[in-house]
Design a protein around this ligand. Structure first.
Ligand code: HEC
Ligand code: HEC
Length: 208
């Protein structure tokens, strides 16, 4: 089962990478109008193998990418491309797209509804997490982490595995936080340790 999943992920990665580099090579040679003008929806089809139809991911390892704000989507893709945002897969994939194509995909996925992940959670932890969120995160991740309007990404209903990895990258300094978020996160980490973040994750998982 695990091997099957890995093979599938590798296959899809190879496919997406192969197609985008082929598209780039074709562009260089003859710059056909059809490729230059690929629609956001056509471009986004390559992402569906991992991120699900219209960005609603069905698997824990891949985040849902629908309903993000366009500036944040663009910032993420640029961060993956430059290596500023650590990644297992997106660093390679993001290199296959230019700014115009990313803008089109940002508009495409941004216009699709965010579908919260169906995952299990510990109710007692989720209740503690709700309080921690209110105190430490709500100021920027408004409405319980559902609001993306300040280009903050989506926390509520995102896959726990992805949020956990991202938080670990932030806390270890592999991914940079804004100064104000860093202050809150590091203070909470000192005070509550990993348990506090487990509670937060349970809260975000409970929002289905
Ligand atoms: C082979 C699987 C795979 C494919 C294909 C893929 N992604 Fe990803 N994507 C991931 C994974 C895994 C992550 C988590 C970061 C990482 O480890 O690379 C991710 C993260 C992201 C994120 C960050 C979401 C957030 O909220 O932080 C964005 C945006 C994204 N992908 C966009 C795209 C777009 C656009 C495409 C198509 C051009 C695409 N991805 C194709 C696997 C994939
Ligand atoms: C002062 C504002 C602020 C506070 C407080 C804040 N954040 Fe953030 N957060 C941001 C911004 C802005 C981003 C956008 C990405 C970046 O800067 O890395 C973000 C991004 C994130 C992401 C990445 C989402 C993604 O899809 O990639 C996670 C996870 C996150 N924050 C968790 C938290 C948690 C948990 C707390 C509370 C302990 C918190 N944040 C407090 C502003 C804040």
């Amino acid at each position: 089962m695990v091997m099957k999943t890995i093979t599938r992920v590798l296959l899809v990665a190879g496919l997406a990478f192969g197609m985008s580099s082929a598209a780039m090579a074709a562009k260089k040679k003859m710059a056909p109008k059809t490729l230059m003008g690929a629609s956001g929806s056509a471009l986004s089809d390559t992402c569906a193998g991992c991120h699900g139809t219209d960005g609603a991911s069905g698997g824990p390892g891949t985040p849902t990418i629908s309903g993000l704000s366009a500036p944040y989507f663009i910032e993420l893709m640029a961060g993956f491309k430059s290596g500023e945002i650590p990644s297992t897969i997106m660093g390679r994939i993001s290199k296959g797209y230019n700014a115009d194509e990313v803008k089109k995909m940002a508009a495409h996925f941004g216009g699709k509804p965010f579908v919260p992940a169906k995952q299990t959670f510990d109710a007692a932890k989720a209740a503690k997490g709700a309080k921690l969120h209110e105190k430490n995160c709500e100021k920027c991740h408004e409405d319980g982490g559902t609001d993306v309007k300040d280009d903050t990404g989506r926390l509520a209903g995102q896959w726990t595995h992805y949020l956990k990895t991202t938080m670990a990258d932030y806390i270890s300094g592999k991914r940079e936080m804004t100064r104000k978020m860093k202050k809150k996160v590091m203070k909470l980490h000192t005070k509550g340790g990993d348990a506090a973040f487990d509670d937060l994750m349970a809260y975000y998982a409970s929002q289905q």
